[in-house]
Ligand binder design. Structure first.
Ligand SMILES: Cc1ncc(COP(=O)(O)O)c(C=O)c1O
Ligand SMILES: [Zn+2]
Length: 407
């Protein structure tokens, strides 16, 4: 049994029964799952949560699912104390949440695990999504596990390694000649015609819920406390809002002290509509045409930009954009200090962290968590210039001559 009691409109507060629906009929604002927190507080405790499975499903009581979950082994990823990177950036208490280590190599397995579970509850036999790449891989993998059919839609310029990482699960893979925003527009037409569970359209309220587990896990891994600062990437902005909500809910349930976390959002400069709005002092996002190598977070018209900006403002945080060169340096720096190979979205986070630390916005002694949400090996072309091996003949003389070492 879950403690979800309704879907509620984020703007006008109107409530709807729990169903596959993402927008309010009256004001067209997004719906979110609303819970009976009082009842929930009666059953959750630090001890009970800590005794749960070593996956995101240890927080099942705080999510909106009813029956058996579709679980491919997602979550409870390492929170690593990043002393080497911290030294480089001038931060004494830096942690990396390494969410590359999910089954399909990105944090998307969290929201998808919840959304596919709900899709099955609602009786869908087919699931679908509009994706920049990572979501499609996760949806296809969960469909395989749940014995469901899947249709996944991505822009045709998605990285080749990402396509393989999707196709291996045997979905119906559709590449669309256009940007992610074009893909999304097409999918909003398809959802009207076919009775499919679109993970990030008609199932979006449930999809959103899964990312709260990022906040829960970090707080638990820090010994039941919220960080002072969070740096996270944003595409639609949805997961950013849910990291914050996850922390906030834990304090509402009395599991951690009141949350005082400053939330810093990061985007690639070539696709930074949310950062642009922040810099203009506005809560309203003007769409852009993305042009960046950080394709997984290249969304020009972010559905949750307004809400992400509200979280930034409410938390006393900020927003920061980094160039493609800066994000590549960020990818290399993370690998070469902490041994973590992230994709471009993680490079954006490290690049932003560097700027925020250098400018004194994030202070040396603040407990800071950087969210690394996707793994590097499927987009190797981004940093392929790093490969400069010594080429030697298979004899000691050649090795010593070319590499230049001497005993
Ligand atoms: C690796 C990675 N990080 C972060 C994000 C941002 O997600 P959101 O749309 O919730 O802002 C994405 C979205 O595709 C992603 O693939
Ligand atoms: Zn409404």
């Amino acid at each position: 049994m879950s403690y979800a009691r309704a879907l509620r409109c984020r703007k006008c507060g109107r409530e709807y029964p729990v169903q596959p629906l993402s927008l309010c009929d009256f004001c067209l604002s997004p719906l979110e799952v609303s819970y009976d927190y009082k009842a929930m507080a009666g059953v959750v405790s630090r001890e009970k949560l800590a005794g749960g499975p070593l996956s995101m499903w240890r927080y099942r009581d705080l999510l909106s699912v009813e029956g058996e979950v579709v679980d491919i082994g997602t979550g409870f990823t390492p929170l690593v104390k990043a002393d080497n990177l911290g030294r480089e950036l001038g931060l004494d208490r830096l942690y990396i949440k390494n969410d590359c280590l999910n089954p399909t190599y990105s944090f998307k397995d969290r929201p998808v695990s919840v959304a596919v579970t709900k899709a099955r509850e609602f009786g869908f036999d087919t699931i679908a999504c509009a994706s920049t790449g990572n979501l499609a891989a996760s949806v296809a993998a969960h469909a395989a596990k749940a014995n469901m059919k899947s249709y996944v839609f991505v822009p045709s310029n998605v990285e080749p390694g990402k396509l393989v990482g999707i196709a291996i699960y045997n979905p119906v893979l559709v590449t669309v000649d256009g940007s992610y925003d074009d893909v999304n527009r097409l999918c909003t037409r398809i959802v009207e015609r076919y009775n499919w569970g679109f993970i990030n359209i008609n199932l979006r309220p449930y999809y959103a819920e899964g990312s709260k587990t990022l906040g829960y896990e970090v707080a638990e891994q820090l010994g039941w406390r919220a960080p002072d600062c969070v740096v996270a990437p944003a595409a639609s902005g949805l997961s950013f809002t849910r990291i914050w909500q996850g922390l906030d809910e834990l304090s509402m349930l009395g599991l951690i002290e009141p949350v005082n976390t400053h939330m810093y959002l990061s985007q690639a400069a070539g696709s930074s509509p949310i950062v642009n709005a922040f810099q203009a002092g506005s809560l309203h996002v003007h769409p852009v045409a993305p042009d960046t190598i950080a394709k997984s977070i290249a969304i020009g018209n972010p559905a949750d930009g307004y809400y992400a900006l509200r979280v930034v403002r409410q938390s006393g945080g900020g927003a920061c954009a980094v160039t493609d060169e800066e994000l590549i340096n960020g990818m290399k720096l993370l690998a070469q200090t902490e041994g973590i190979f992230t994709e471009a979205a993680g490079g954006v986070v490290v690049g932003a962290l560097r700027k925020l630390a250098a400018s004194g916005v994030i202070k040396k002694n603040e407990l800071t968590v950087a969210f690394i949400t996707g793994a590097g090996p499927r987009t190797q072309e981004t940093v392929s210039d790093i490969v400069q091996p010594f080429t030697v003949q298979p004899c000691l003389e050649s090795f010593e001559e070319v590499v230049g070492v001497r005993v």
